[in-house]
Design a binder for this molecule. Sequence first.
Ligand SMILES: [Zn+2]
Length: 371
Amino acid sequence: MLQCYDCGKTYPEEKALWQCDCGSYLLYTTPELKLNKEKIQKGPFSLWRYQEVLPVSEEYRVTMGEGLTPLLPVTYEGREVFLKLDFLQPTGSYKDRGTSVLISKLKEWGVNRVAEDSSGNAGASMAAYCARAGIECEIFVPAYTSAGKLVQIQYYGADMVKVPGTREDTTLAAIRRAEEVFYASHNWSPYFIEGTKTLAFECWEQLEWQAPDAVIVPAGNGSLVLGLYKGFTELKEMGYINRLPRIIAVQAANCSPVYRAFHQGLDVVPAVKKQPTLAEGIASAAPVKGAYILEAIRESDGTVVIVQEEEIKRALLELGRLGVFVEPTSATVWAAWRALRQQEEWTAGQKIILELTGSGLKATDKLQELT
Ligand SMILES: [Zn+2]
């Protein structure tokens, strides 16, 4: 079942939808919460091992082995922390979790042409999974996007639509196009979160069926915050864990609408005017699901932290020296952990996972400038 976050209207899941009639966003309710550990372990070596709580049946599965990324324990300055190498996915970012599930659902619905607006990791992931599914894909990008950023999308064979103006103009153009083709937005679709929730299941399985104490994730439009919240909540409802791990969302100081709203005690996230940041992947001035993001963080007893540009640079270099090459957006979680662990409540012995979202190979031009 799909349900609107704002007005509560429900829709059957057979209907191909990306938003409610009222204009707000929809959430998916898992009809039956059951997960069997043995079944999981006998399942495919991908996120589809959690099939029992995924919203699409096996015959429509569009998969390239996404998920099941390494959870790497590292000791740094005497403290152990777990790095989730989630950039080791088919297109080089965590987005493949959400895209695999979303595109599988579109295949089940019989959708054969989609539009999406993203010049970054989501656009690349969408183009790749559409290629696998045989779905025609139009990717709307701002006209100012550098050619280098579009190469991956082009190789997957998507139609590129360059839109003059701002990033927001690009979104509006894609939404207008939605009158004729399905708007497969990763920021709007409830099914994208059904994919990112598998991150919670994996952390639980990889820690030998235990929940971590906290997970630190970058947050722009919040699909990881919401995925973790949904996944861990389902595990709790099934009785597999006793409490939700704390969700720590990280934003760049130069674009931090969720940080401001959280610490001002608001229930919605007002738009901010953003400044340029290295962490492009989370530079969202007005996240679509702001209210739900705040709810997820508060329910998990989590928090929102910001990091400065200099801290992101330093984190990139420190991760590199640990053998981990990520894009700047991913490095924000290391910078956040560095700051948090100075505080008393983050005592030693806690199991803390840092979610590393995108490969450094995605941003070699930018990273070269920093060395
Ligand atoms: Zn509604």
